[in-house]
Design a protein around this ligand. Structure first.
Ligand code: TXA
Ligand code: MG
Length: 341
């Protein structure tokens, strides 16, 4: 199939053409503030089936639906608690997905057979414009091939989806760099299913107590299905195996120095780059700047695929603020192969 690349500056015609792809049941790569998504009409079962095919995604892994503003919430969700509106007012558009009971119009194909739906309003002008013009909610998982790191540039989308989908809208590099935070509001207290671009601490300010799902910090046990089905799968994995080094950053850098060899790759904090000047490295950002690290983490995990590196060591931040999301992505990429120093 021919894939059309839509590039800025976007003309009226381009917006129309991109929206028409969605309306007509096609697949479109869309930029968001978190990662690029693989979008289709969320109410069209056939279109959603094609999302699963293009990604090679298991059919039981539900899709997040994207709306242009809070007023669309009751069209697709029911029994909406006041907390959902409080969160939407405070954090939308932005990197927060809420799990709520779904309305009947949302097909089971979209929700992987669940009677709940994940819903969010993304903070990207190009995608908001496309959704409004399409006039339908857009189901969009991250636009990577299943199992690969999520795409944070249009180039990443091209790598994974060229020839498999109708179009890709280039909205530049994603500002946040990790996916949205997912909060389940169908239980009391609310439950954090996936840490992401909105820190847990911000949610706690609005919600009070929040339970952190086990799948956020530990490897899911064999046969046990986490509440966010997607958290069960090995994820974000580069081609070379990864070892995550957590704990004190200085001690972590020393550990890597002692254990690396000439075929090792190193994802490290900016401050330690000079230590590894003879190896292939990726700068994860300054050790105290978690926003930089979130922005860099997926590109870091993709960067070694074109090299001869046979093993990757990755430094990992502590879990406060955006650190919880960066830590989760690195640990999942490593299959929870973690050394604590
Ligand atoms: O930032 C994001 O959320 C990106 C952009 C494109 O919006 N999307 C994204 O989608 O990360 P995806 O499909 O890669 O991850 C969605 C996660 C999966 O782990 C899935 O299992 C979970 O959300 N999920 C979706 N609907 C759910 C539901 N009804 N109940 C529980 N988990 C759900
Ligand atoms: Mg994904």
């Amino acid at each position: 199939m021919d894939t059309k690349l839509f590039s800025p500056p976007f003309s009226e015609e381009q917006f129309e053409e991109a929206a028409a792809i969605i309306r007509q049941g096609g697949l479109l790569g869309i930029p968001t503030e978190t990662v690029y998504g693989l979008g289709a009409d969320a109410l069209n079962e056939d279109a959603c089936r094609r999302i699963y095919e293009a990604k090679g995604r298991p059919q039981d892994n539900p899709l997040i639906i994207h709306i242009p503003d809070m007023s669309w919430l009751p069209r697709y969700c029911r029994d909406i608690p006041p907390a959902a509106y409080a969160l939407a007012r405070r954090f939308w558009p932005g990197p927060l997905t809420m799990i709520l009971p779904k309305q009947d119009c949302v097909p089971m194909r979209t929700t992987g057979g669940l009677d709940t739906v994940g819903i969010r309003c993304p903070d990207h002008p190009v995608t908001l414009q496309i959704i409004r013009r399409a006039g339908v909610p857009v189901a969009a998982p991250s636009g990577n091939t299943s199992g690969r790191p999520s795409p944070t540039t249009a180039q990443h989308m091209v790598e994974d989806m060229w020839g498999k989908i109708d179009g890709i809208a280039d909205g530049g590099a994603c500002g946040v760099g990790v996916e949205s935070t997912i909060i389940d509001l169908t239980c009391t207290p609310p439950r954090l299913l996936r840490p992401g671009g909105l820190p847990l601490e911000d949610l706690q300010q609005v919600l009070g107590e929040v339970v952190v799902d086990e799948a956020v910090t530990a490897e899911p046990e064999e046969g046990v299905k986490p509440k966010a089905p997607g958290m069960a799968y090995r994820h974000y994995a580069p081609k070379a195996p990864v070892t995550v080094i957590s704990g004190d950053a200085d001690a972590g850098a020393r550990y890597i120095l002692e254990h690396c060899d000439s075929t090792s790759g190193v994802i490290c904090f900016h401050e330690y780059l000079p230590l590894f000047s003879n190896l292939v490295t990726y700068d994860l950002g300054h050790k105290d700047n978690k926003a930089e690290q979130a922005h860099a983490v997926f590109d870091a995990l993709r960067a070694f695929d074109g090299t001869d590196v046979t093993h990757i060591f990755a430094q990992c931040p502590d879990s406060s603020g955006l650190g919880l999301a960066v830590e989760n992505r690195l640990k999942k990429a490593s299959g929870f192969h973690v050394i604590h120093v």
